[in-house]
Each structure stands twice: as structure tokens, then as C-alpha cells.
Design a protein around this ligand. Structure first.
Ligand code: KG4
Ligand code: ZN
Length: 330
């Protein structure tokens, strides 16, 4: 079964063709990062306008590079929410019209379920049940997953999401938006032990997270050392990243122990982080756990993951009516 998937919830216009929820025939992502960079964050109105410009060529390229004709598509899947509603509406309206024109069903899916399903876009998906950590710009959540569309929330952040903390720290350091990948790069040149930042919630036997205190600790350090030289900048990035990775890794491994799972997963934009991937990989290997994380291109926002969850929702019989609307909050 071939599904055309469309994603436009934030600042990426993306389309993909995915077969049976696992095989990616094409995946096209048009990023608006350069547009929003100068403003230090995503400007919703600009995002909507850029989606309008990109949606037609991006979908066309996805269908063409999949090597199929659109008449071979079985369904369309689209992100219905959560996200910026003006941005969502571009992909959502286009998807409904596209499906209507072809006379095939259109399935609306949840963006977070898309990230969760990115783990199935490969040859070695985790075995159920497993524990999954979803880390993105808007969410930091731990789930106990028992089926493709069945999961239980074990814990989540009480304040900032991890990606948000990365972006805010990046702004404080004058490194711009988005910050994750920049801090990741600088951290590799620094000494993670040089500056001791707190490990929020590490001692608590709970699955909630908190990152605003860590972000503030970086802010306090910058008050003491304004205009850090290159070495200090690298050490701040490394110290911050080490703290984040340790907390995420500890909670994920502990969740696997509590739930007696042999398989664990990390998904979402921050799953691209080199230290998180390495630390969780090492911890899993030491305990004989099987660690799963998407290829880098499927960590951040993309449409292939929407095709993966769209397949399962389609099989369950989910379909949109023309009057259905996008939603901004989960
Ligand atoms: O999943 P995503 O693309 O969008 C949301 O649904 O939020 O996640 C974006 C977030 C941003 O906050 C970005 O700074 C962060 O993921 N990110 C990273 C890295 N690459 C992207 N954070 C840490 N390390 C990275 N390498
Ligand atoms: Zn996302």
C-alpha cells in the first residue's frame, strides 16, 4: 500500500511516499530555517506563506522521485496537529483536496505519533513492548509502547522541552536559531567536566523532566563570565549537553527496567544529538538492551514518519471528512 504523506506543522514543508508504513520510496523536506534564522525563532505568519510557496513543488517532487504515478497512490496522510495552525492548514487543506481529486481516502494524523512511528522506517524496528523517549522542540515525553498505535505516557517535562532548552541556550550564547545542531557541534570541542551544570530531576525516581533550571544555570554562568572566549564557549556547550544527555539516558534506562523492556527507542529532533545517541547506545550495550533510533534524516520533522503512522491509522479505518479541521494543540 502506497501512501503520500504531507507535513507542514512548523517550519518544514515535507512530502513523502511510503509503502506499507516502513519502506520510504521518496522523502522531500523543504526547510525554512534560513528564513526564520534572522528572527531568532519561527515567525508563524512567515511560515504559512512559505508553506504556500513550497507545497505544490514539494508534493510533485515526492511523487515523481518515488518513481510512481499519482494514480498508484492508495491514500494520503497528513499532519492534522499539533503545530502552528496557519502552517498546518496549508498541508492539511492541500492533502484533503489532493485526495479528493484522486478519489482516495485522506487520513489525518498526530505529529507526535509521527515522530514515534519514525522508528519503523527501517529494517530493524523495536519489538513490542518497548520504552520510547520523544525529544523535540515542543515535547519531552517517555512512553511505554505496546503496539503501533498503543502507548501509555509515563512522564513528561514540567517546563521546557529539551529542544526548546537547546534553542534558548543557543540564543543566550548568541548562536541563533535553531540551536540544537550548533551546540552539538561546539560541545564536541569542549570538556564536559569543565563546568558543572545541574542534573535536573536525576535523583527522583519519577519519569518527569525539567530543563528550565538547567537553562537558567547556563544564564547565571554567563552573568559571571560575559563574552566567553572560544574555550569557555565550547565548555559551556559540552557541560550543558552532558547534563541533558545524562538525564535523558538515566530516565530512559530506568523506565526500561521498571517496565521490564528489552528494547528502547529515542525519537524526535533531539534524537539527532550525537551525545544522546552515544550515551544511550553505550548504556544499552552494557545492559544488553536493544537501542533503536531513526536515521538522522528522520529525527527532525519530515513526512516519511507521517506516512508510517498514516499507514496504521488507515488500516484501522481512520479517514477525514472534507469538513474536518486542523488543531493547534495536542
Ligand atoms: O522534532 P523537531 O524537528 O520539531 C519539533 O517537532 O519540535 O525538533 C526540533 C528541535 C529543535 O529544538 C532543535 O534545536 C533540536 O530539535 N535539535 C537538536 C539537534 N538537532 C535538532 N537538539 C540537539 N542536538 C541536535 N543535534
Ligand atoms: Zn516535530
Amino acid at each position: 500500500m502506497k501512501i503520500l504523506a504531507i507535513e507542514s506543522s512548523c517550519d518544514e514543508t515535507a512530502a513523502a511516499v511510503v509503502e506499507d508504513g516502513t519502506r520510504v520510496l521518496s522523502s522531500v523536506v523543504a526547510s525554512q530555517v534560513a528564513v526564520h534564522h534572522v528572527y531568532g525563532g519561527v515567525v508563524p505568519e512567515l511560515a504559512s506563506r512559505k508553506h504556500v510557496e513550497a507545497i505544490v513543488p514539494v508534493v510533485r517532487e515526492a511523487v515523481e522521485s518515488a518513481g510512481i504515478h499519482r494514480s498508484e497512490l492508495d491514500a494520503v496522510a497528513v499532519t492534522q496537529g499539533p503545530g502552528l495552525v496557519g502552517a498546518l492548514l496549508v498541508g492539511f487543506s492541500y492533502a484533503k483536496a489532493y485526495a479528493w481529486g484522486l478519489g482516495i481516502p485522506c487520513v489525518g494524523v498526530n505529529h507526535l505519533e509521527g515522530h514515534m512511528s519514525s522508528i519503523f522506517l527501517g529494517d530493524t524496528p523495536p519489538e513490542f513492548p518497548y520504552v520510547a523517549l520523544l525529544v523535540s522542540g515542543g515535547h519531552t515525553s517517555l512512553y511505554y509502547v505496546t503496539g503501533p498505535t498503543e502507548y501509555e505516557l509515563m512522564g513528561q517535562t514540567r517546563d521546557d522541552a529539551v529542544g526548546e532548552a537547546y534553542d534558548k541556550v543557543s540564543k543566550m550564547l548568541g548562536l541563533g536559531y535553531p540551536g540544537g545542531v550548533v551546540i552539538d557541534g561546539l560541545a564536541r570541542k569542549g570538556d564536559p567536566k569543565a563546568i558543572a551544570f545541574p542534573r535536573p530531576y536525576l535523583d527522583k525516581k519519577a519519569f518527569d523532566f525539567s530543563f528550565s533550571g538547567l537553562k537558567s544555570a547556563v544564564g547565571r554562568h554567563l552573568k559571571d563570565y560575559p563574552d566567553p572566549d572560544e574555550v569557555r564557549l565550547h565548555n559551556i556547550a559540552a557541560g550543558f549537553q552532558e547534563s541533558v544527555a545524562e538525564v535523558l539516558c538515566h530516565k530512559l534506562i530506568y523506565a526500561a527496567k521498571v517496565k521490564s523492556c528489552r528494547h528502547i527507542a529515542v525519537v524526535g529532533g533531539v534524537a539527532a544529538n550525537s551525545r544522546v545517541r552515544a550515551m544511550v547506545g553505550d548504556a544499552a550495550a552494557r545492559r544488553g538492551l536493544s537501542f533503536h533510533t531513526p536515521e538522522l534524516k528522520y529525527c527532525g520533522d519530515n513526512a516519511a514518519m507521517i506516512g508510517a503512522i498514516g499507514y496504521h491509522r488507515f488500516v484501522e479505518g481512520s479517514a477525514l471528512g472534507l469538513n474536518d479541521d486542523a488543531y493547534s494543540r495536542a
